[in-house]
Ligand binder design. Structure first.
Ligand code: NDP
Length: 314
């Protein structure tokens, strides 16, 4: 087992982690980045990214992440593959282990492990991933102008995404498994009053179909009752909005999280409840969840680390 000492360990490699790596490298902190299960993060499973500033013609998600990674490497960041399996934040320096056999001793840690969108678990979701199935309306909605789409979920995210899509698509189905929406009253009202959003209550998705691209969904209304009814809707886009799971499991023993598992940060900073441990990106942000906001928070975490190291004389 090899042991590594670092002044800053960055866990996770989405826009937050890589941006933190650029800033800490340029500040001569020589960070170590452990990339995690999905190097490059959620953007590596999207296609075109058209809303990240400085790419007037758009860029693919994987290319954008490769570019940010190269930028961090250019300034000397030590980027390694591996998954963090164990942390000990009870003593300083902090101790972290990876599944690749690294034993890391770190003066500071930036948690940027992201959040994973929840899927229904249908095999068809994989089949049409990037071909009509998406978990981010803000990212992919633009490709469905004047087309028909469906959003799954009954919470604030689903309502927000349905409203966003209703300004682009010709028709939006909101597929809700219960007889009511869980979203806030104001969002419910907006959705119910929007003429091109059709809310399908008591409805589940049984499957998706289409030759090459998505062409429709098989739905079941009133599952398991006398009134059960199966029918299809023709759609070009199928958006999941049934929540996200922040990737905080390994830190829970030490780091304060909210009831949904998102890391709590202090005010507008990236400080967690443990001095010297910071959090950035989707893992600490249930509401914005954009590549650009994650990158911005990664920058803030790097500056917080720099200040902390200075204050502690490390
Ligand atoms: P929520 O957990 O609030 O809602 C998830 C929705 O998905 C629920 O309607 C749930 O149904 C449904 N769902 C879950 N699993 C399945 C499944 N397997 N099949 C079908 N439907 C399913 O998640 P959100 O992402 O909407 O919101 C997360 C948090 O962020 C909330 O606190 C929310 O208020 C907040 N938020 C606030 C916003 C704002 O203020 N602008 C915008 C977006 C989010 P059921 O009700 O049956 O459990």
């Amino acid at each position: 087992m090899s042991e590594i000492k670092t002044r800053c360990l960055i866990i996770g490699s989405g826009p937050a982690g890589y941006t933190a790596a650029i800033y800490t490298s340029r500040a001569n902190i020589a960070p170590l980045v452990i990339e995690g299960q999905q190097p490059g993060g959620q953007l590596t499973i999207t296609t075109e990214v058209e809303n990240f500033p400085s790419h007037p013609n758009g860029i693919t998600g994987p290319q954008l992440m490769e570019d940010i990674r190269s930028q961090a490497l250019r300034f000397g960041a030590d980027i390694r593959s591996g998954l963090v399996t164990e942390v000990d934040f009870s003593n300083r320096p902090f101790k972290v282990k990876t599944n690749t056999g690294l034993d890391i001793s770190a003066d500071t840690v930036i948690i940027s492990t992201g959040a994973s969108a929840r899927y229904l678990g249908l095999p068809d979701e994989q089949k049409y991933s990037g071909l009509g199935v998406s978990a981010c309306a803000t990212c992919d909605g633009f490709f469905y102008r004047k087309k028909r789409v469906a959003v799954v979920g009954g919470g604030d995210t689903a309502c927000e995404e349905a409203l966003y899509l209703s300004n682009l698509a010709s028709e939006v189905y909101l597929i809700v498994r219960k007889p009511y929406l869980r979203a806030s009253k104001v969002m419910q009202e907006r959705v119910l009053n929007k003429s091109n959003i059709k809310v399908l209550f008591n409805t589940n998705t049984a499957g998706l179909y289409g030759e090459e691209y998505l062409e429709g969904a098989h739905l079941v209304e009133n599952v398991g009752t006398e009134d059960e009814r199966r029918y299809d809707i023709a759609i070009d886009g199928f958006f999941l909005a049934i929540g996200h799971n922040p990737n905080t499991e390994v830190f829970r023993q030490y780091i304060e999280c909210d009831e949904s598992g998102y890391v709590k940060v202090k005010g507008a900073s990236t400080h967690t409840n443990i001095p010297g441990v910071f959090a950035a990106g989707d893992v600490a942000d249930p509401s914005y969840r954009q590549a650009i906001t994650a990158a911005g928070m990664g920058c803030k975490a790097a500056l917080d680390v720099e200040r902390y190291l200075g204050e502690q004389g490390l």
